[in-house]
Design a protein around this ligand. Structure first.
Ligand code: HPA
Ligand code: ZN
Length: 336
């Protein structure tokens, strides 16, 4: 098997996927029609043509507009189920899904509708596809910490349905320290803690995510390479980075995939992983991200295997399943 075929075939975990970012244009239009929502675009093609981003904010504006078609529990189920079918095709065997409840509750959609639909899709994925999964509730950092507290409160009746909290949306100008108190409360509640940092924001934001929020993983984090001391700490602690190569290209975090820092991160000893972020918007799901990296960076077999092992090491899966998933990688390597 060549390196790309191996990358595609290996079982892997996806740890950085915004489920609202898996909403394909066709499903956006189908849900708009089902719910009587009018869209600013005349057709699927016209919407797709608008997917020419210059930075994070230019993407977020369209991403939040796309999410406006989600109203009923079945809409959230259908969106997540469509993702799980793509994940299955890419041999993703474990997925930790971000969701943005404030994008929906702000429009009058009940927290129970959002979580209910997503949870049902997760259960069906386990039963029908053998994919284990978990939900991570993200706070929108362009909103206030008080609004994050209100969101946490609204989610408390569904505490068992999600394993952790994250921080996403517009990064620059909204440092992690803005949310220190709400994340402290989340830690008391026993939630896993992650945050987007160092995508567009400086290494100082990664330090804040570590020191103030006490994150267990950094989402993106590619700008850590600008700070040697930070790289050393991330390497020493094996604190994972959930890297999203196609996202970085589409949002102009890197100008060319050949310049993507994934290989540098790996060779610095970091626990870097490959993920799709918002696959419906950025040109592909898990295996498309591996393909772009294998082709542009010339990843070798050992590097691909390391990335896949890192995905299981970095996941919040229960230890027995982590060991079984690692063993399934070994089994495939032994037979390929
Ligand atoms: N960064 C920040 N917020 C987001 C992203 C991202 O890549 N995707 C969806 N929300
Ligand atoms: Zn993201």
């Amino acid at each position: 098997m060549d390196t790309l075929a191996l990358a595609k075939a290996l079982p892997k975990a996806e740890l950085h996927i915004h489920i609202e970012g898996s909403l394909e244009p066709e499903l956006i239009f189908a849900l708009a029609q089902r719910n009587g929502v009018s869209l600013a675009y005349a057709s699927v093609d016209a919407l797709r043509e608008a997917y020419a981003f210059t930075d994070l904010q230019s993407f977020l504006d369209i991403y939040y507009a796309g999410a406006s078609v989600l109203l009923k529990e079945d809409d959230f189920f259908d969106m997540a189920w469509a993702y799980f079918e793509k994940a299955k095709a890419d041999n993703v065997v474990h997925a930790e899904l971000f969701f943005d409840p404030q994008t929906h509750t702000e429009r009058g959609v009940d927290m129970g509708v959002v979580i209910g639909g997503l949870k049902r899709a997760c259960e069906k994925a386990e039963q029908d596809l053998g994919i284990s999964s978990a939900l991570i509730l993200c706070f929108l950092r362009h909103l206030s910490e008080d609004e994050a507290f209100a969101t946490l409160e609204a989610a408390m009746p569904y505490r068992d349905a999600f394993i952790g909290v994250g921080l996403d949306s517009s990064e620059v100008g909204h440092p992690p320290s803005k949310f220190s108190r709400v994340f402290a409360r989340c830690r008391e509640l026993g939630l896993h803690i992650v945050a987007h940092a160092g995508e567009e924001g400086p290494p100082a934001y990664i330090w804040e995510a570590l020191d103030d929020l006490k994150v267990e993983r950094i989402d993106h984090g590619v700008r850590c390479l600008e700070d040697d001391k930070l790289v050393m700490q991330l390497a020493r602690t094996r604190l994972p980075l959930t890297v999203c190569p196609l996202s970085n290209l589409k949002l102009c975090v890197v100008d060319d995939m050949k310049d993507h820092p994934l290989k540098r991160l790996l060779h610095a000893g970091l626990c870097a992983t490959v993920n799709s972020d918002d696959p419906a918007y950025f040109g592909g799901y898990m295996n498309a991200n591996f393909e772009a990296c294998v082709n542009a960076l010339g990843l070798n077999r050992a590097e691909v295997v390391q990335l896949v092992r890192n995905s299981f090491e970095a996941s919040f899966v229960e230890e027995g399943r982590r060991a079984a998933l690692m063993a399934s990688v070994d089994a495939m390597l032994a037979s390929s």
